[in-house]
Design a protein around this ligand. Structure first.
Ligand code: ATP
Length: 251
């Protein structure tokens, strides 16, 4: 489904990512770990399209997206959550989720007045609100639907951001350190939500917490200095001596 081949990104003389390849089938639960500066965020940027690779390709379902703009990739089903908060503080919690799903579908229908008219249609609007309520319930924010997003705590905003990403019905969900800065309670909620992702969604998780990685991912790529050090099943990779030396510092 998503094929990354030889992805390389250079900044001047620095090689942030060095010929990394990865295939994610529908339902994949893959993590990318590595020390600071290893190239993890760069990899997500190249997949989401906010950065272009120096070499290599990003292909989704046989379609080459390497030079495609981020918004178009999003329409093809690549969603990103966290680290770049997309929550609109002035809107209600519910409207944030409705808007995320609507913008996505507007893009599908070619945008413009037709889609706006669709949004105004009472029945459609009600359906969207119901779907958004379900997404909010899934992330534990049902009770906050009518609150302004600005009233949410940091952790709740991150969960709202996730609900908004899920409202676009992604095929590939990119998660950038989702557990960073969350309370234990919010981490537990996050694990529940991500543990219940639909079977056909592929998840690519960048995360420092190895417990979160072990809990959510089946397979992992370990990056060091932009290069793949080890890739494979989570427990095998985490126990690999080179990984323990390079990443966990337990050599
Ligand atoms: P962290 O865990 O600290 O977030 P990371 O693994 O996500 O690190 P990246 O942010 O991908 O690492 O950075 C990889 C390397 O590329 C780093 O040395 C970083 O300084 C460099 N880098 C990233 N973006 C740029 C840029 N726009 N211009 C120059 N160098 C960059």
């Amino acid at each position: 489904m998503l094929s990354l081949t030889g992805l390389t990104r250079r900044y001047g003389s620095l090689t942030a990512l060095d010929s990394v390849s990865l295939r994610l089938a529908p339902g994949a639960r893959h993590a990318v770990i590595g020390p600071n500066g290893a190239g993890k965020t760069t990899l997500l940027n190249l997949i989401a399209g906010t950065e272009r690779p120096t070499h290599g390709s990003v292909v989704l379902d046989g379609r080459d997206l390497t030079r495609t703009a981020p918004a178009r990739r999003a329409r093809r089903g690549i969603a990103r959550s966290f680290q770049q908060p997309s929550v609109i503080a002035e809107l209600t919690v519910l409207d944030n989720v409705v808007l995320a799903g609507w913008r996505h579908r507007t893009a599908h229908t070619g945008g413009g007045a037709g889609a706006r008219a669709l949004f105004r249609t009472g029945v459609r609007r009600r359906q969207r609100a119901e779907a958004a309520h379900r997404q909010l319930a899934a992330v534990g924010l049902a009770g906050y639907a009518d609150h302004p997003a600005s009233s949410l705590s940091h952790g709740q905003r991150r969960l709202l951001d996730l609900a908004a990403a899920l409202a676009t019905r992604p095929r590939v969900l990119l998660l950038d350190e989702p557990a960073a800065g969350l309370t234990d309670r919010d981490v537990n909620r996050l694990l529940e939500v991500l543990g219940g992702l639909p079977d056909d969604v592929a998840m690519l998780l960048v995360e420092h917490h190895t417990e979160v990685v072990s809990e959510l991912a089946d397979t992992v790529t370990v990056l060091v200095d932009g290069r793949e050090l080890v890739a494979g099943p989570v427990q095998t990779a985490l126990n690999h001596q080179a990984v323990r030396d390079a990443y966990l510092g337990t050599g």
